[in-house]
Design a protein around this ligand. Structure first.
Ligand code: SF4
Length: 277
């Protein structure tokens, strides 16, 4: 099958070597992810993939393209992304078969906020960090999701304790959230990247497992939690930016019931109970 992106040989370094370790049930998990995406594309449309261009998200975008599904992708460009992330964004936009749309914060809101709070408000207090995330991420996300019945994310159970119960299809909020890699391990993600030679952010080769804005992301040490490189100066229970904790869907209150019906028990092959390490 023709690949939609080409691999930069310079990226074939440590992240793949370090992490590509498929779990014994990888084949079942791959089938599960493909099934969930394919069913969602037909039964939960219109839906969109939220991509941070992290390892999980490049896998999902590759799956969408490889399976020929119409699930458009969007990326939030906060204005604070690493140069490496912006380069990968340009490559993805150029090579993806499905549309990749970039959402930015409202320029005047950013200018006013920076004028009032300075260039690095995130380090001053949790409240100011969240205010920055709200302007640069949450509000653009709301625009990206407007009119969407569901969205696809790269959430995995293994990522943090707070994400330990992530379901394949989350209908607990008004807009359904599809998490095709919920049961994948970090080793599974990198195995897929290796298998399909998916281009990825070279920051992963520099021990950045989770990549966000430049001022709020750092490399981690061996044994540290995946999310410990994000907002590392804050206590761990505060480390969400609001992207995965806001309803965002006052315009689609009937979606949850509808999605629940589409994904009734037994509808999705390979439930979380049957696919585990
Ligand atoms: S992650 Fe940091 S720079 Fe990015 S929006 Fe949040 S506080 Fe601002």
């Amino acid at each position: 099958m023709k690949e939609f992106l080409t691999l930069n040989p310079a990226h074939m370094t440590s992240a793949i070597t370090l992490h590509a370790r498929p779990s014994p049930t990888f084949a079942a998990k791959l089938l599960e992810a493909e099934t969930v995406l394919a069913q969602s594309a037909t039964q939960l449309a219109p839906l969109t993939q939220a991509s941070s261009l992290g390892a999980e998200d490049v896998v999902i975008t590759h799956l969408i393209n490889r399976l020929g599904l119409y699930i458009p992708v969007f990326v939030l460009d906060t204005g604070m992304l690493h140069a490496e992330t912006l380069a990968l964004l340009a490559q993805t936009k150029a090579q993806s078969k499905v549309p990749v749309t970039v959402y930015e914060p409202v320029h005047t809101a950013v200018v006013e906020f920076v004028k009032r709070e300075g260039n690095e408000p995130m380090y001053k207090s949790v409240e100011l960090r969240k205010a920055c995330c709200h302007i640069r991420k949450v509000l653009p996300l709301e625009r990206a999701l407007l009119g969407q019945r569901a969205w696809v994310t790269g959430l995995r159970r293994e990522q943090s304790t707070a994400r330990g119960e992530v379901p394949l299809v989350d209908t607990s909020e008004a807009r359904a959230k599809v998490n095709p890699l919920a049961n994948w391990t970090w080793g599974d993600v990198w195995h897929y990247i290796q298998l399909h030679q998916v281009p990825y952010n070279p920051l992963h080769d520099q021990f950045f497992p989770s990549i966000g804005c430049a001022p709020c992301t750092r490399a981690i040490s061996l044994g540290e939690d995946f999310r410990s490189g994000r907002w590392w100066w804050e206590s761990s229970d505060l480390k969400e930016c609001g992207l995965h904790s806001t309803p965002h869907a006052s315009d689609s209150s009937q979606v949850a019931a509808s999605a629940q019906a589409h994904f009734a028990e037994g509808d999705v092959k390979g439930s979380p109970e049957t696919v585990r390490n």
